[in-house]
Design a protein around this ligand. Structure first.
Ligand SMILES: Nc1ncnc2c1ncn2[C@@H]1O[C@H](COP(=O)(O)OP(=O)(O)OP(=O)(O)O)[C@@H](O)[C@H]1O
Length: 384
């Protein structure tokens, strides 16, 4: 069990801040993605709203990481920061986002190496640079990374697709823009990609506009578009929230296939049932911070942070319908006025003065991924 004291956490913070500057390792077991001490602020009048306040986690190729937490906990802002797709009033105030394309295991990729244009920006030349801090890339290089090395799937496909263009235009232009293949091959690839995600009659459907498709079909088309370039990393922000339960299952099964081909997936979700079904690891966010990290079975079976316990108690999970719900009392704090000490203490039944009210428990930075579980709590819930 981990009960980080402030001193220990600060020691590890110091050590890992050094690691962060030099970047994570690049060996065979290196993570695909290492987020280190990420801070994102919004301006609200004269106030600074700390939407993301020191978030760290690792993701390895072929694994899926769920980022869970109540509405407003900073999940989406974290996800969008990885790609630097933030609103104008947001500022990345610190941290690193190390992306190591070479760590992606492409062995199982059915389209590997197909149709790359000689001299084009094919997949094989993408990982040569080793881990790169995405927060320090030039905007031009970042545009290449977005949509090519890192795919995105959003809650609402209409947000990601152009309603005035046919699927054919959108998918082929995506391939051409990223230099994945030439014009002659792009249409074939696009049709194949639609077929791969289970869109019936892809030859015909490719001529339709997004608004002519059902919500489920649109989500699939968006996944097809995100996977066209066989990205090493997929960021999926509530990809099943806007679809019904049967379509939700189909989309998750599709994402399982994507994961099994070696793609790493960051899945933003408020649905712990989705995390149980699909994700290997979980980070729990509260008020802009990670309060617990664990493998999915560990977290769902023996949550340690009182907030994780409350979150589990208030969620209807797949296969667990009918269980009595016990919502967490109170509301998350205003992020411009974070309570002193543990931000969860005003809602926590275990909080004790003076420590929980004055001293902030921290998770170590630079640890995570598949290596052990951590809970940022002075009163970590004991194992059953
Ligand atoms: N455009 C914005 N301007 C000002 N503040 C914002 C903006 N977008 C987000 N925030 C702030 O950042 C915090 C985190 O928002 P975020 O969207 O990441 O939450 P979330 O956990 O993804 O919630 P949800 O599950 O509802 O999507 C919010 O509480 C909000 O205060």
């Amino acid at each position: 069990m981990t009960t980080p004291t402030r001193d220990r956490a600060d020691d590890r913070r110091g050590r890992s801040e050094h690691d962060a500057r030099s970047g994570p390792g690049s060996g065979p077991d290196a993570p695909l993605l290492s987020v280190r001490d990420l801070h994102v602020h919004f301006r609200r009048g004269k106030e600074t709203l700390r939407a993301v306040d020191g978030v760290s986690f690792d993701l390895h190729a072929g694994r899926a990481l769920a980022v869970v937490g109540e509405s407003g906990s900073g999940k989406t802002v974290t996800a969008r920061s990885l790609l630097r797709l933030l609103p104008r009033n947001a500022r990345i105030a610190g941290g690193q986002v190390w992306f190591n394309h070479a760590a992606g295991n492409r062995d199982g990729d059915p389209h590997a190496g197909r149709g790359e244009r000689p001299g084009g920006r094919g997949r094989r030349d993408r990982g040569a640079a080793g881990p790169r801090d995405l927060l320090r890339l030039g905007e031009r290089e970042m545009r290449r990374v977005r949509g090519r090395d890192i795919g995105m799937v959003f809650q609402n496909a209409m947000e990601a697709m152009n309603p005035t263009l046919t699927l054919e235009r959108q998918l082929t232009e995506h391939l051409l823009w990223h230099g994945i293949c030439g014009k002659a091959e792009a249409r074939d690839r696009a049709v194949r990609a639609l077929g791969d995600v289970g869109i019936p009659e892809p030859e015909r459907r490719i001529r339709t506009y997004p608004f002519q498709l059902s919500g489920g079909m649109r989500q699939r088309a968006m996944i097809a578009m995100a996977m066209l370039t066989q990205p090493a990393l997929l960021i999926a922000d509530e990809p099943t929230t806007a679809v019904d339960v049967t379509v939700q299952r189909q989309i998750l099964d599709l994402l399982v296939e994507v994961k099994n081909r070696g793609t790493g997936i960051v899945m933003i979700t408020h649905d712990l049932g989705v995390a149980r079904y699909f994700c290997d690891d979980v980070v729990v966010m509260y008020a802009g911070r990670v309060v617990e990290r664990a493998t999915t079975p560990e977290l769902l079976d023996t949550p340690r942070h009182p907030y994780s316990v409350g979150l589990l108690g208030s969620c209807v999970e797949i296969g667990d319908r009918g269980r009595a719900l016990a919502p967490i009392q109170g509301a998350p704090p205003d992020l411009a006025r974070r309570p002193q000490g543990c931000a969860f203490h005003p809602r926590c039944g275990l909080a004790e003065a003076p420590r929980c009210l004055t001293d902030q428990p921290l998770l170590p930075i630079g640890v995570g991924g598949t290596g052990g579980r951590e809970a940022a709590c002075w009163k970590v819930v004991p194992d059953a």
